[in-house]
Design a binder for this molecule. Structure first.
Ligand code: NAP
Length: 504
């Protein structure tokens, strides 16, 4: 257990809706942030006049925020409007049940002494913030609690703000360091374990008041943020688009089932070399997070190999790694995709010997499929848009290759999609092949699992071609990862339920 607080931030345009959200937040929050800047101007006084009636049943505190647009608030606010707001708040307030959040530029304008005050600084635009300078500047506000929130593009952008935790400790200050955006989500999940005064959460998914916020329910139930400590073993999904990953739900469900002091977080890194250098390698890292392993995904499955100390035989033969285990600072690479891929396929189709299989794509997952199918003595052909990549993969496994270009796949028994086409996000409406191109095949298998029903699978439905989605493989490969990391039997039921709940 740590001593941190979860602050649920609520934001609505009317006082009545704000009150409804406050009521719902009471069960989850230690602190409820009321974002007065979200209210329509005409609703401000209505809520302010009820301020002392708020949360009679609530054991926590309220945090009052009235943030101007340039600091991440919902609307432009003149200095005069901000002054008027705070004067009305102090005129109405009777109890000590409040914190207030006052932006760094405003502290000298009002006497805020009679209430606990957070001095805050938000930067949504500049990725090259000088954190030490901003911190020293914020300290001049003479508040005991400092909050610095900065936007991140890549995971390493969060290092500077995170390392203020140490600085604040030595200055005897409380601090709330927030790296906004998907790439900074880990700071929100691990913050309390490392001494952050509190972390902000949304009331529910879809009601985020800042980029990268996690819902309070997920922080408590999925990530167990209040149970984490600096000794907690940290695992994570390492890729350049972690927001769509189901891995945090599956792996955290497994850690929770076994009651392990371990957590699995999104680690969104575009620059893998920098992530390894600044956050992982013991000789060069600038941060101590107790990393114990990674689940590796697009686009790092092959490029990660050069960073590893040891590579297991299967991963070496495949030439791609989807699992890293870290022991005594050494990185061990494995590949569980191959096993995860064949299990559902054989369950559905039966023996694969001499079965004609077309694999679309020539990336990390395709390599695992080629390896696994070769082991089963299937007759495999690789199709990729980049002829050279297809040739390289085909040469490595002594299989056929062709260029992917509006082909007819009807000569094959099975068609496998290992490209990201159809995946939630930009390519969601896309398919690597249309139904007319494969209506005679006996089975299609899409490795994409989010969304559950991809465009490619819908194309198969048009011609009643039997299909397998990527979910079965996802769960099978994740269970193998759990065995590698924990040496325990993974809880299949809990892991499946965790991911199904999200996808449905
Ligand atoms: P990867 O290493 O980046 O490989 C992706 C492959 O798809 C590359 O050959 C790439 O070609 C090709 N590709 C990308 N966009 C394309 C397009 N518009 N048209 C044609 N080809 C395209 O990724 P990966 O790790 O193999 O993963 C691929 C997909 O499989 C992802 O959606 C991932 O979520 C899924 N997957 C699922 C599971 C599971 O358990 N269900 C496991 C592993 C992977 P270029 O090289 O020319 O860019």
């Amino acid at each position: 257990m740590n001593n941190g607080k979860i602050c649920v931030s609520v934001c609505a345009e009317t006082a009545d809706e704000m009150l409804r959200q406050i009521k719902r937040a009471e069960d989850l929050a230690d602190v409820i942030e009321i974002r007065f800047d979200c209210l329509n101007e005409s609703e401000l006084n209505k809520l302010l006049s009820q301020i002392n009636e708020l949360g009679k049943q609530f054991n926590g505190k309220f945090l009052i925020t009235f943030r101007p647009l340039e600091q991440g608030g919902k609307r432009p606010l003149e200095i005069s409007e901000r002054l008027k707001f705070w004067q009305s708040f102090f005129a109405n307030k009777k109890s000590d049940n409040f914190y207030i959040d006052v932006e760094f530029d405003f502290h000298s304008l009002i006497d805020f002494k009679s209430v606990e005050r957070i001095a805050s600084y938000h930067n949504f635009l500049d990725f090259s913030v000088n954190f030490t300078e901003s911190y020293e500047f914020l300290k001049q506000a003479k508040s005991e609690i400092l909050k610095i929130a900065v936007q991140t593009k890549d995971i390493c952008d969060a290092i500077g703000v995170w390392n203020l935790l140490e600085k604040a400790k030595s200055d005897n200050k409380q601090i709330i360091p927030i790296a906004m955006g998907e790439a900074g989500k880990w700071t929100r999940i691990l913050g309390l374990a490392h001494g952050a005064f509190m972390i902000y959460a949304s009331l529910e998914t879809g009601k985020e008041t800042a980029p990268g916020q996690v819902s309070a329910k997920d922080l408590i139930e999925v990530y167990r943020a209040k149970d984490l400590t600096p000794e907690t073993e940290v695992y994570g999904i390492l890729g350049d688009n972690t927001g769509v990953s189901m891995s945090p739900y599956m792996h955290n469900a497994a850690f929770k089932f076994h009651d392990l002091n371990a957590v699995f977080v999104p680690l969104q890194a575009t620059d893998l070399d920098e992530f390894m250098r600044r956050m992982v390698k013991p000789e060069t890292r600038e941060i101590e997070l107790n990393f114990r392993g990674f689940s590796v995904t697009i686009p790092h499955k092959q490029t990660i190999i050069k960073h590893l100390d040891f590579l297991d035989e299967t991963a070496k033969e495949i030439g791609a790694v989807n699992t890293v285990k870290i022991t005594d600072g050494k990185l061990y690479g494995f590949n569980t995709d191959a096993k995860g891929f064949t299990e559902p396929l054989k369950n559905c189709y039966g023996e694969l010997k001499n079965v004609k299989i077309a694999v679309l794509g020539a990336g990390g997952a395709a390599r695992a499929c080629a390896y696994a199918l070769k082991k089963e003595n299937a007759d495999v052909t690789i199709f990729a848009r980049d002829g050279q990549k297809a040739r390289n993969l085909a040469d490595d496994f002594q299989i056929e290759f062709r260029e992917l270009a509006n082909n007819d796949f009807n000569e094959f028994d099975i068609l496998v999609n290992t490209t990201p086409l159809g995946m939630k996000g930009k390519a969601e409406d896309e398919t690597p092949a249309f139904g007319e191109q494969f209506q005679k095949v006996k089975l299609v298998y899409d490795l994409v699992y989010n969304p559950f029903e991809t465009r490619f699978l819908k194309e198969a439905d048009k011609f009643n071609v039997p299909k397998i989605g990527g979910l079965a493989m996802l769960i099978a490969q994740a269970m193998e990862q759990q065995k590698i990391w924990t040496d325990r039997e993974p809880p299949m039921k809990e892991m499946s339920r965790a991911v199904l709940e999200r996808l449905q």
